[in-house]
Design a protein around this ligand. Sequence first.
Ligand SMILES: Cc1cc2nc3c(=O)[nH]c(=O)nc-3n(C[C@H](O)[C@H](O)[C@H](O)COP(=O)(O)OP(=O)(O)OC[C@H]3O[C@@H](n4cnc5c(N)ncnc54)[C@H](O)[C@@H]3O)c2cc1C
Length: 104
Amino acid sequence: MHPLLFLTALISGLFLFPASPALSDEIWDVAVVGDGPAGHSATIEAARLGLSVAHFTGGNHGGQISLTQTLNNWPGEPREITGSTLISRMLAVSKELKVHRFSD
Ligand SMILES: Cc1cc2nc3c(=O)[nH]c(=O)nc-3n(C[C@H](O)[C@H](O)[C@H](O)COP(=O)(O)OP(=O)(O)OC[C@H]3O[C@@H](n4cnc5c(N)ncnc54)[C@H](O)[C@@H]3O)c2cc1C
C-alpha cells in the first residue's frame, strides 16, 4: 500500500481492507467504509493514486457534516457553505475519478 494512502486511512480512522470477491464480480484494490468527509478523502486519494476503489456508504449519506447548515472553517473556502454543499463537491470529484459506490 502506498504510504500516503496508509497515512490517510490511519488518520481518518477508516477501515481499509481488500474487498471480498463475493461482494462483486470485480476485485477492488481498496474498500472504504463511510460516507463522511474522511471516507471521501480516502476514496479520492486512493483513486488519484490509480487504485480501483469500492466505497461502502451505509445509510447516513454525507455523514455528520451533511447536517451542518453553516460551515465556516473549511480550509481554502473563503465563504460560508453548507455541509451538504461540501459533501456534494466531494462526491462530484469521487464520481469523476470513477469510484464505485455501494449504498444500502
Ligand atoms: C450539527 C453538526 C455541526 C458540525 N459543524 C461543523 C463545522 O462547522 N465545522 C467542522 O469542521 N465540523 C463540524 N462538525 C463535525 C463534522 O461533521 C465531523 O468532524 C465530520 O463529519 C467527521 O467526518 P468523518 O467522515 O470522520 O465521520 P462521519 O461524518 O461521522 O461519517 C462517518 C460515516 O460512516 C458511516 N458508517 C459508520 N459505520 C458504517 C458501516 N459499518 N458501514 C457503512 N457506513 C458506516 C456513517 O453512517 C457516516 O456516514 C459538525 C457536526 C455536527 C453533527
